[in-house]
Design a binder for this molecule. Structure first.
Ligand code: ZN
Length: 262
């Protein structure tokens, strides 16, 4: 979108020119000034906001077990630096799914005026560790962090769920409450935008609180995870493998962020 702004001199010139047009003065002036009006906060509702999108896992993780299995401190315990993630029965991997959804979300959020930071630059690398992913959100002073995942649960279960950080006194006192609000907004928007049901096999009404995830435990900014569906379930896998449906998922997630941030 073009950031047209008529300066005082330009406006004065327009006024003079318009005055010379007699009866046409008012409509001409309005027409020329209107592009400025389209730059109002409603057109770019996320102007000034920073969103960090964390596409779960990475394409090179499986071939680098040593780097990935290195143990890191996540406050409530020690965990592998990162994991390979799951995949559909047809072999569509979670890392590719999360990368694609994140890539589809980015331009939608940028069009709304947000600054968008991804935690990894491509789908061919290794890691980064969950500790680094959290640090990226903290350093960006993100107004909201969303970590994108697909679940690898028993095949009969289906649907999505959003995971929010539990309270770890002295570590995340300030972000638990806003993260819950972020979680509800993301859940509501994702449900509305995709039509997918709340997970049938875990969480309550699509919401869950956990204290074992490094990406949430170490975040100093409001943060949630979303398991966008169960990749081991045939119906969810079909949706998650479909580029058009992933577009809907991305639009719904961006809408959830807009709800939270405005
Ligand atoms: Zn995952």
């Amino acid at each position: 979108m073009r950031a047209y702004r008529a300066g005082p001199l330009a406006l004065a010139t327009l006024a003079v020119l318009a005055a010379g047009c007699g009866g046409e003065a008012a409509p001409v002036a309005q027409k020329l000034v209107s592009p400025t009006a389209t730059q109002s906060p409603t057109a770019r509702p996320l102007a000034g906001k920073t969103v960090v999108i964390d596409p779960g896992h990475n394409g090179g993780n499986a071939s680098h077990p040593k780097e990935i299995n290195r143990q890191v401190d996540v406050i409530t315990g020690r965990k592998p630096c990162n994991t390979t993630g799951t995949e559909t029965d047809d072999g569509y991997p979670e890392h590719a799914f999360t990368w694609d959804v994140a890539g589809k979300m980015k331009p939608i959020l940028e069009k709304m005026g947000a600054k968008v930071v991804l935690t990894r630059p491509n789908d061919k690398g290794v890691g980064p560790c969950v500790t680094e992913r959290a640090a990226i959100g903290n350093e960006a002073r993100a107004d909201a962090v969303v970590s994108i995942h697909g679940d690898g649960a028993a095949p009969r279960g289906h649907g999505f769920h959003v995971i929010m950080p539990g309270l770890l006194p002295g570590h995340n006192d300030d972000v638990v409450k806003p993260s819950r609000r972020l979680g509800r907004d993301i859940r509501d928007a994702y449900r509305a935008g995709t039509g997918m049901p709340y997970a049938t096999y875990t969480a309550d009404d699509g919401l869950q609180t956990r204290t074992d995830l490094g990406g949430l435990n170490l975040s100093k900014r409001p943060a949630v995870f979303i398991e966008c569906g169960n990749m081991r379930n045939e119906g969810d896998a079909a949706k998650m493998s479909d580029g058009g449906f992933r577009e809907r998922m991305a639009a719904a997630l961006a809408d959830g962020l807009r709800r939270y941030l405005t």
